[in-house]
Design a protein around this ligand. Structure first.
Ligand SMILES: Cc1cc2nc3c(=O)[nH]c(=O)nc-3n(C[C@H](O)[C@H](O)[C@H](O)COP(=O)(O)O)c2cc1C
Length: 316
């Protein structure tokens, strides 16, 4: 029963296009976590990086919720072709911890404008110190010069992605109206879109090449973040993407606990040329960028996005 209640917190994790690409088998004393490859984005996530990063975010939520409930656990990491990504084994009880628990339900992607307000240096240091994996690196970029290089790289990558009709079609298929009853995908209001526009946005996206407009917007968005975070890893495989996701969500939750909003932007990560340019701009010798996100204080609150029912995720 308690294992099932953990899932309610797990699935509040961010996922690419809110695809929620996970499934679970509940055992007597363990929880098997599967990648749901049917929900992988064929165009937006060709190699599965974003799917595994999303699963990593889910794992962090499960860990924090288990700490809160006082459940002792360990994790076996696997990357089975069947989709079995990890097994959470439960080993009785332990002292409860509330750390970051509240932030799980409070966090959401905030795509509104950010205030012109710097994040205090000690807060960024605290977020940086959350990385205890030698195979990962986190960089926070606050300087204008480097930020504008990253903005330019992201903008070009966004322009390229949006000029691809198949990419736009796929994105449109995950966009929802503001009145949606569907339990996955992205309602327009999460993108600052009005009710009326939320009905026509998928049509426009499918049929109009919006690449120039979106490239311009992307540059502005990146420049508007007081801090841009980039997580890089030594390896480039499902295991390292999972670890990237775990660190990403830990940073987003810790930031949320300090009242810092966040928004994930992966155009430059999903484009090989742009990824190389990011690597060079950050002088990341031996590490490859796997995730890019902005942090700051948004001008408006962001709405929560929907989630599927827990029963829909459970496989027998
Ligand atoms: C791996 C990954 C990639 C994402 N990429 C983007 C992105 O490029 N642009 C964006 O606006 N949101 C991006 N998101 C945010 C998701 O759209 C968001 O998590 C999802 O819609 C659920 O909403 P929530 O974060 O508010 O819970 C990404 C999230 C993840 C985990």
């Amino acid at each position: 029963m308690e294992i099932k209640s953990l899932l309610h917190y797990g699935v509040l994790a961010p996922s690419s296009h809110n695809s929620q690409p996970w499934a679970f088998k509940i055992g007597e004393n363990n929880l098997e976590i599967y990648a749901d490859f049917k929900r992988k984005l064929k165009e937006g996530d060709k190699d599965g990086r974003m799917l595994f990063v999303s699963l990593g975010c889910l794992i962090t939520n499960l860990k924090i919720a288990a700490d809160y409930l006082g459940l002792a656990y360990d994790f076996n990491y696997l990357s089975e072709p069947t989709g079995l990504a990890a097994i959470m084994n439960f080993r009785g009880e332990k002292e409860k911890s509330e750390k970051y628990f509240k932030a799980i339900a409070e966090r959401r992607s905030n795509r509104n404008r950010y205030k012109d307000m710097l994040i205090p240096e000690p807060n960024l240091k605290e977020l940086e110190n959350l990385n205890c994996e030698k195979s990962l690196r986190i960089n926070f970029i606050t300087g204008q010069e480097l930020k504008s290089k990253i903005a330019e790289i992201s903008s070009q990558a966004m322009g390229q992605a949006m000029s691809n009709r198949n990419f736009r079609r796929e994105l449109a298929s995950w966009l929802r109206t503001n009145l949606t009853m569907k339990k996955d995908g992205m309602p327009g209001n999460g993108h600052g879109i009005s009710l009326l526009v939320s009905f026509i946005a998928p049509f426009i996206l499918r049929h109009v090449n919006v690449s120039k407009v979106e490239a311009k917007k992307e540059k502005k968005r990146i420049m508007n973040f007081p801090a841009v975070g980039i997580i890089s890893s030594k390896e480039n495989n499902p295991a390292s993407w999972l670890k990237t996701g775990e660190l990403l969500e830990m940073i987003l939750l810790a930031a949320q606990s300090r009242g810092i909003d966040s928004a994930i932007r992966v155009a430059a990560i999903e484009n090989q040329e742009a990824r190389e340019k990011l690597k060079n701009a950050l002088n990341l010798k031996g590490f490859l960028p796997q995730m890019l996100f902005g942090l700051g204080y948004a001008e408006k609150e962001a709405p929560h996005s929907p989630r599927r029912k827990i029963e829909d995720f459970i496989i027998s």
